[in-house]
Design a protein around this ligand. Sequence first.
Ligand SMILES: [Ca+2]
Length: 195
Amino acid sequence: MTATQAEPNSDAAIPPNTSPWRIAGWGAVGVIVISVSLCVILAAIRSTGLTSITVTALDPAAEPRDHELPFFKQKEALPDYRLILLLNRGDQVRLGSKPDTSAADGLTWQLSDPVSLADITTVRLEDQDKLLSDTLAEVEVLDDVVVEQGYRFEFTSQRSLTVGIQSFFRTPIGQAIAAGFCIAVVLIVASVIYA
Ligand SMILES: [Ca+2]
């Protein structure tokens, strides 16, 4: 090795008046620009949020009933439908039940907080029971309308950057970028203080 070859980070490699903190600060700015760009692109991809689901029983005669006794608690005998969103990170969103109601004319569940379609594995329709609820149908949200097991599922969605950003930051890449962003901010603050 000759004397003219400078080692990285040695004083000779850094022009006079440029502190290592200043260089780290610029590096951190680059990290932030890349992080924000990735965040916006990936959030846009995940920004379609499910806002409502309407379930219709195509054959009302085939709907589950609590009992088949005539003239006895006919209203209570009607099914107790409930919907559950199964998410691909393992948890669930329960959309609540509609007790003693037929779905012959369609039942609609509104989502007050839209859920990104990218986070949903399947939508499960159950007949709620005190002991063990029966799964009537379980569908993937592959289209606006999906028919399964005699039930028609109609999905309404809308694009929302908030939904996309929330969804993005729950992914491993999103959490890594959030961590990188925090480190970059600390470096910038340090570069301003110490430069
Ligand atoms: Ca019932």
